[in-house]
Design a binder for this molecule. Structure first.
Ligand code: GLN
Length: 475
């Protein structure tokens, strides 16, 4: 084997395990050693789990007895974002509020992975309650970008991204409400998939925006993303928004794709080097026989303000349960109201408070028509526009982010500057459509080659189209 075990992809590690070139224990040890060595600097993982010998032995036994028939994720160490419940482990959503919360059950996605005998290396750092784009809003300090530790790894799933990019694990789970899988994947040179809304159960995912949230894979290759997605998807009676099998059209990816590009959205605000990488990638796709066409998606210009109304509204509702009474941080006040106020003041960080305030405002009786209902109407229009665009193309493409990874502190003092990083990613959450980010080369900043990502969106249930486009784009 040429690469160290921890640097393998899922496909490569699964092959090596079956060929007996590697044992599950050796794979685990390689990941754990690198995780323990690099985590003090990168802060990718909030906790590195102790080696679970029983789980390792069970995975090894399954590979030994089932051979090629064993699931591909059997014995593969994964990092899990700290808002996804693993029974018996802490799940803090990187908040002081849930610092001592222990999960009492497995998220559906975790149960699916356990059924395949996957292993868990640790809890990945994130922005508090998944709100942010840099991990600077974590109550436990930011994660660093392994490509350039003076820069953010993106967010909110920045810890998952840093853990995979630094090879502390083979792949990771993140969650995506407005881009939190795709943006950190773009910043660290990984593949990140936001599945169709309802493809993956939200049971056991600490809720941020319930109509937007999806769990998804962050991986070193497109094929790995497909494998991990296939493992965690499925209908779950505990999440009634999960899609019953056969509900959506199954898209067979055509040999040659029609790629729609909304040029007018790229006219301003996109870094010139990022745009150059994007055009080169499109040129390479054209050279392979795919067609690039113009599509008009004018309502996309409003996607960011729509997202920053709908999302905080849902955040304010979801986080209302964290009142210091039922579970989580408790501060004793003189009255019940004082208990609430003191617990929430101490438990939540500034960004979380900001969004609760905005969300409460846009839902208040005097403003709900002006903001929340308007935003919902625009959301419906956005979806319709995309559906119309998909009459003429198979996927829509743009850069995942307007610029490469930024430096610590560059945007943390200016919430709107931080929100603008999400301009291209939020639409897929608002429409429910699946979207993927894959590497499209690097741009040079102070002599460092920083990764960038190309982003594809497909119709509802069109993950097959995304995997096809993504595979072609990285050829
Ligand atoms: N950066 C976006 C936000 O701050 C996305 C968050 C997410 O997808 N969880 O809301």
């Amino acid at each position: 084997m040429t690469k160290p075990a921890n640097e393998l992809t899922i496909v490569e590690a699964a092959r090596a395990l079956r060929a007996k070139e590697l044992t599950v224990r050796e794979l685990w040890d390689a990941c754990e050693a690198v995780a323990r060595a690099k985590n003090p600097e990168l802060n990718a993982l909030l906790e590195i789990f102790d080696r679970d010998d029983a789980a390792i032995a069970a995975a090894q036994a399954r590979i030994d007895t089932e051979g090629e028939a064993a699931p591909l994720l059997c014995g593969i160490p994964l990092a899990i974002k700290d808002n996804i419940l693993i029974q018996g482990k802490t799940a803090s959503a990187a908040s002081k509020m849930l610092e001592h919360y222990t999960a009492t059950y497995d998220a559906f996605a975790i149960a699916q992975l356990k059924a395949q005998n996957a292993l868990f290396i640790g809890r990945a750092n994130m922005d508090e309650f998944a709100m942010g784009g840099s991990t600077e809003h974590s109550a436990y300090g930011p994660s660093k970008n392994p490509v350039d530790p003076t820069r953010v790894p993106g967010g909110s799933s920045g810890g998952s991204a840093a853990a995979v990019a630094a090879h502390m694990c083979i792949a990771a789970l993140g969650s995506d409400t407005g881009g939190s899988i795709r943006q950190p994947a773009a910043y660290t040179g990984l593949v990140g998939l936001k599945p169709t809304y309802g493809a993956v159960s939200r049971s056991g995912l600490i809720a941020m925006g319930s109509s937007l949230d999806q769990i998804g894979p962050m991986t070193k290759s497109v094929e790995d993303a497909r494998i991990l997605f296939d493992a965690i998807r499925g209908q779950d009676p505990k999440d009634t928004t999960t899609i019953p099998a056969g509900t959506y059209t199954e898209y067979a990816a055509p040999e040659k794709l029609r790629i729609g590009v909304p040029r007018e959205l790229l006219a301003k605000g996109v870094d010139a080097d990022v745009l150059a990488r994007f055009d080169e990638t499109l040129a390479a796709l054209t050279a392979q026989g795919h067609t690039v066409i113009d599509v008009a998606l004018p309502t996309s210009a409003y996607a960011l303000p729509v997202y920053y109304i709908v999302m905080p509204a849902e955040v304010s509702t979801n986080l209302a349960r964290l009142d210091g009474v039922r579970y989580g941080l408790h501060k004793e006040g003189d009255t019940l109201l004082a208990d609430y106020l003191e617990s929430r003041a101490a438990g939540f960080g500034d960004e979380t408070k900001r969004r609760i305030l905005v969300g409460t405002f846009v839902l208040s009786s005097g403003y709900i028509d002006a903001y929340y209902r308007k935003a919902n109407a625009a959301r419906a229009l956005l979806r319709k526009e995309y559906e119309q665009a998909f009459a003429t193309c198979d996927v829509v493409a743009f850069p995942t982010t307007p610029a490469p990874a930024f430096r610590f502190g560059e945007k943390s003092g200016d919430p709107v500057a931080m929100y603008l990083e999400d301009i291209f990613t939020v639409t897929a959450n608002l429409t429910g459509m699946p979207a993927i980010s894959v590497p499209m080369g690097t741009v040079s900043r102070e002599g460092v080659a920083l990764p960038t990502g190309i982003h594809f969106t497909a119709p509802l249930g069109g993950e097959t189209l995304l995997f096809k486009a993504a595979t072609e784009a990285v050829k």
